[in-house]
Ligand binder design. Sequence first.
Ligand code: NAP
Length: 277
Amino acid sequence: MSLDRIPLAGVIGSPIAHSKSPLLHGHWLKSLGLPGHYVHLDISSDKLEEALRFMPTLGFVGANVTLPFKERILGIADTVSDRATIIGAANTLIFTKDGKIFADNTDGYGFLENMYQSAPNWKAADGPCVVFGAGGASRAIIASLLDAGAPEIRLTNRTKQRSEKLRDEFGHRIAVVDWVQAGDVLNDATTIVNTTALGMTGKPEFTISLDRINPNATVCDLVYTPLKTTFLQQAEDAGCEIVDGLGMLLHQAVPGFERWFGQRPMVDEAARKAILG
Ligand code: NAP
């Protein structure tokens, strides 16, 4: 980055106006007193590669990528990180000095950092994990839990075929559990994560019974609207330690910000407030 240019970054998607990322990065830029701007970038699918190739010329040092481009971007980037390759999607782009595009995925990193910050005694290696959901977010959670030493992941999804596909990819530490039997595998789990969209404002409620949940489990919901979902409330009522999904959203943004603007931002109460608007 040349010293006389103000660095630019943004979040690419379509539609993208709903994204809260500019609120977060704007807060960090302001609180750290750094020059830079972070904006919404609504780019149509047929112009994606062309736009990306031209962005460094305009002063962009990188970008976040969201729906519907998270998978497609891997085919456009010049270099893809190992973790983005394993997850099969990227959410963070770095434009290198020679104009090349490096694609990374920080969702799993954000998940783990959120767990470590919100539940300091939690360890993935402590016992069996249960993961609800086998969509895009689930892939990042599974990859990070395995990386952090989870001995076994019981994976359950409404569409069983998707869980089986993930088991085939991620290997023997994944055990596929029928969606209707998911409530039966919670009693000795030490980590339980909802990666489905269930419980999100406007979506159906999470209805699997948590009656047999291990009260010593640490329970995380990736859904963060509302902040305390019914799933988390039930887990808390059962005595579990709970971790909301907002922290993951904040932590996954840290590596990109640090690379683009040169300082590591804080994930604290002020950052949470900034993104909640
Ligand atoms: P996705 O790829 O579309 O996957 C959706 C998942 O939800 C699938 O497992 C799907 O099951 C399940 N699902 C949807 N409707 C369902 C229903 N009525 N009953 C049972 N299961 C249902 O989405 P994603 O990208 O993985 O995102 C999932 C959630 O995680 C979203 O709420 C998203 O906002 C959240 N998220 C949060 C963060 C964060 O930073 N906190 C990051 C990423 C994602 P089927 O396979 O059967 O359809």
